[in-house]
Design a binder for this molecule. Structure first.
Ligand code: DX5
Ligand code: ZN
Length: 220
């Protein structure tokens, strides 16, 4: 699945930018930043609420915010398809996962490059998606950290061990040069920001990324 990030699109024309890519995307990745958890600020619920309510858009909200217990449930209640919060910011990740599911969203947990997966392991079947960050969160256009590949492999093992359909998402520096190594390591949801929006034809780039990932036969 390809989930393009609009972070590097023209955010003053957010709805138009989303409309450009949503029909050819599996989800649309929306990066919420609060200038506390990460040193950057994007948008919050009041800005993206109409997009979350739009049934044509499968919104994949990536919350890079402090105090997700306070803010995340409202994204799910507003219609987000998937809501991912950072483990580093959550006081009770297990509880928050169940609240997000109760509100009708898939529950995702994200880890920064320096955070291990031990806590994800403990969460077991409560999680619908594990997001392995392959850059330090906060900005688009950074280089893919290939030393995160073993962590993607580990996340895939944890996902396969759970009973449900747990997805492994990669985010940061994913593009035509790096997507195959992510797929080989076991990721099945690929976030791509600048690779899509800085390309001449975003829709064609999404199709190309999907074909590259689909062409990989994963070794277990
Ligand atoms: C970074 C965000 C990413 C970002 C990815 O903190 O979480 O979703 O938009 O951008 P690229 O694909 O350019 O690395
Ligand atoms: Zn993101």
């Amino acid at each position: 699945m390809i989930s393009p990030s609009v972070l590097n699109a023209d955010l003053s024309r957010l709805a138009e930018e989303v409309a450009r890519i949503a029909p050819v995307s599996d989800m649309v990745h929306l990066d919420v930043m609060d200038n506390h958890f990460v040193p950057n600020l994007t948008f919050g619920l009041p800005v993206i609420e109409p997009l979350l309510r739009d049934e044509r858009i499968k919104a994949d909200c990536h919350l890079m915010i402090d105090d997700p217990e306070r803010w995340a449930p409202a994204y799910a209640a507003a219609g987000a398809y998937s809501v991912t919060f950072h483990l580093e910011a959550a006081a009770d990740p297990a509880k928050l996962c169940s609240v997000l599911r109760e509100q009708g969203a898939r529950a995702g947990v994200a880890v920064k490059p320096g955070t291990g997966l031990e806590q994800v392991d403990v969460l077991g079947d409560l999680v619908d998606m594990i997001l392995v960050m392959t850059v330090e969160p906060g900005f688009g256009g950074q280089s893919f950290m290939s030393d995160m590949l073993p962590k993607i492999r580990k996340a895939r093992q944890l996902a396969d061990r759970a009973d449900g359909d747990v997805w492994v998402q990669v985010d940061g520096g994913v593009g035509p040069e790096t997507i195959e190594s992510c797929a080989e390591a076991g990721a099945n949801v690929f976030v791509a920001g600048s690779a899509v929006f800085k390309s001449e034809d975003p829709a064609a780039t999404i199709e190309r990324l999907r074909a590259l990932a689909a062409g990989v036969t994963r070794e277990h």
